[in-house]
Design a protein around this ligand. Structure first.
Ligand code: HEM
Length: 527
């Protein structure tokens, strides 16, 4: 009896303490004037539960439309929707640091935490380490066979499409495009295809492992404390990577692949008495040991660069390819217009479209940009931390103190009507990127430059995507070539999407038919 009453008293006391704590936190918070879901005032549980549904991107669009340009998504986290604030929050010159949400992307190898260029919250370290790879686009100019590697991978994709067409098979397009993106980046990075396209399978289940890592990352992005309790927990360090306790640490597969590739390439150079050249990214990164000896101090740094090529560039590009092709083929008007442009340019689908030719076609580039705007691969907020000077929010909003997390979700900011035009922002409309009848050339250029600058799909500022030009090369070439070569018959009414960090589509099931008169790639008549 005595025990019962003591337990009851302790429970009531704990309840009162909790309520007082949360009420006090709420009253004191400078964020209290910012509207948001009730749960977000006190915890990250709203974000977690929203992530769990796989529809966070859509929920955030809805919230912003209902509540305004600033929405509180957590006790110390504000989501913004106004793209004109991108240059402030994601500044190049006065960068706001990445928040702790990224730390779950740090890898634990043999119990040791290893950060990387994408995840680090250390500005000085990032500035130094990114220097050798900052202009991967410019580096690709030294990669004499860069477009050649993409072409070889497109040839493999088309050869599989031709076979599947002859068999009349159901083609899961989103899977094949993912295989393309993984194989292509592998070829660019290591100078060989891993075999995804050749086997039509997830060789070594790396894509599955990558997915597992992304689920963990998305979970911890939504509630960063979870990482401190799980893989980031020092008490669990000795057990990490030792199944069955926690299984493989996320992204370990990429580190292992990168280490093995560096060792093999070095042995190859040693046996041949050669020096790293510029045949692929691995060689370029190894060569950077001489160009940047104070930065690329050892194999660990090379592995770090390779790691990012493996985890950052394939799911993203594969998803964008699927998005663009899906929406182009879903709309006969867009498909016909794009084909007409290709025909006028003299392209008939019997060869692989060169980047030089593709980059000059306004409608092809419009469909690519629209795909990137309409369905960005990353579907969660890119968080930054308000710097020590604090930040006065615009439109009479509160002054946010140092340490507040602020960010934007590209799904939200890419749908801003003021920046992205009066055409329906919730629809796939490539025409928003083309010249309007009454528009002057210079006004069009300015409008496009503004939209590109304020589109968050590749990030912005000092942490912008370093692989953007490679991705654009792949997107323009594959979309142009595919549309020139194939007809698709849809076998499902609509596809589904699931947002775990990337917004992956599924159900892009089609039957593929080569268009009339189009020759097989590599046939003697090929242009
Ligand atoms: C459609 C394709 C792609 C999209 C949409 C995309 C998107 C992004 C975004 C949004 C960021 C910044 C994230 C943030 O601020 O937290 C980023 C960073 C990065 N991406 Fe990409 N990416 C793509 C392709 C690639 C490719 C092909 C590569 C490599 C070959 C790559 C390598 C990287 C790296 C290394 C970073 C970190 C940059 C830094 O922090 O300095 N990405 N990407």
């Amino acid at each position: 009896m005595l025990l019962d009453s003591q337990v009851a008293r302790a429970t009531v006391l704990a309840g009162i303490t909790l309520v007082t704590y949360y009420a006090w936190t709420y009253m004191q918070s400078p964020l209290r004037r910012i509207p948001g879901p009730f749960l977000a005032i006190f915890t990250d549980l709203w974000r977690l539960s929203s992530w769990w549904t796989g529809r966070t991107h859509l929920a955030q669009i809805e919230l912003h439309r209902k509540l305004g340009r600033a929405v509180r998504l957590g006790p110390n986290m504000v989501s913004l929707s106004d793209p004109t604030l991108i240059p402030t929050v994601y500044s190049s010159t006065k960068p706001w640091l990445k928040s702790d949400m990224y730390s779950s992307n740090d890898i634990v190898v043999n119990g040791v935490k290893t950060s990387n260029i994408f995840a680090t919250t250390d500005h000085a370290w990032h500035t130094k380490m990114v220097k050798p790879i900052r202009n991967m686009g410019t580096m690709t100019k030294t990669l004499a066979n860069c477009e050649g590697a993409v072409d070889e991978t497109i040839t493999l994709l088309c050869s599989q499409m031709d076979t599947l067409a002859k068999e009349g098979a159901t083609v899961r397009m989103e899977k094949w495009l993912l295989y393309f993106a993984y194989d292509c980046l592998h070829k660019l990075t290591f100078d060989f295809h891993r075999g995804y396209l050749e086997t039509g399978d997830d060789v070594g289940s790396f894509i599955k492992d990558a997915y597992g890592g992304l689920v963990y990352f998305g979970l911890c992005v939504s509630m960063p404390v979870l990482h401190r309790l799980l893989i980031g927990n020092p008490l669990l360090k000795p057990f990490l990577g030792k199944p069955p306790f926690l299984g493989k640490p996320p992204f370990l597969w990429a580190f292992q692949q990168a280490y093995a590739a560096v060792a093999a390439r070095k042995a190859q150079h040693e046996a041949a008495g050669s020096l790293p050249g510029s045949s692929d990214f691995l060689d370029l990164f190894l060569a950077a040991r001489s160009t940047y000896p104070d930065i690329v101090t050892g194999d660990d740094v090379v592995v770090n660069y390779l790691f990012l090529n493996l985890v950052a560039g394939s799911d993203t590009t594969g998803t964008s390819l699927a998005v663009i092709l899906y929406y182009v083929y879903r709309d006969p008007r867009i498909l016909a217009k794009l084909r007409a442009e290709l025909v006028v340019a003299g392209y008939d689908g019997s060869s692989i479209l060169t980047y030089r030719d593709g980059a000059r076609l306004p409608y092809l580039n419009a469909v690519v940009q629209e795909g990137l705007r309409f369905h960005p691969p990353i579907g969660l907020t890119l968080e930054r931390v308000v710097p020590s000077r604090g930040w006065q929010m615009p439109d009479g909003g509160p002054m946010l103190p140092k340490g507040t997390k602020v960010g934007m979700n590209a799904w939200v900011s890419n749908r801003d009507e003021v920046v992205f035009g009066s055409e329906d922002v919730d629809a796939f409309v490539p025409e928003r990127w083309t010249k309007r009848a009454e528009e002057k050339e210079e006004d069009w250029s300015e409008r496009i430059a503004q939209m590109k600058n304020l589109m968050l799909t590749f990030g912005h500022g000092s942490r912008v995507c370093t692989g953007k030009s490679i991705a654009m090369l792949e997107l323009v070439k594959v979309v142009g070539t595919f549309v020139g070569r194939y007809d698709l018959e849809f076998l499902t009414p609509e596809w589904r999407t699931e947002n775990i960090w990337f917004v992956f589509p599924s159900g892009f099931d089609v039957r593929v038919t080569p268009r009339e008169g189009v020759r097989e790639l590599g046939s003697p008549d090929e242009r």
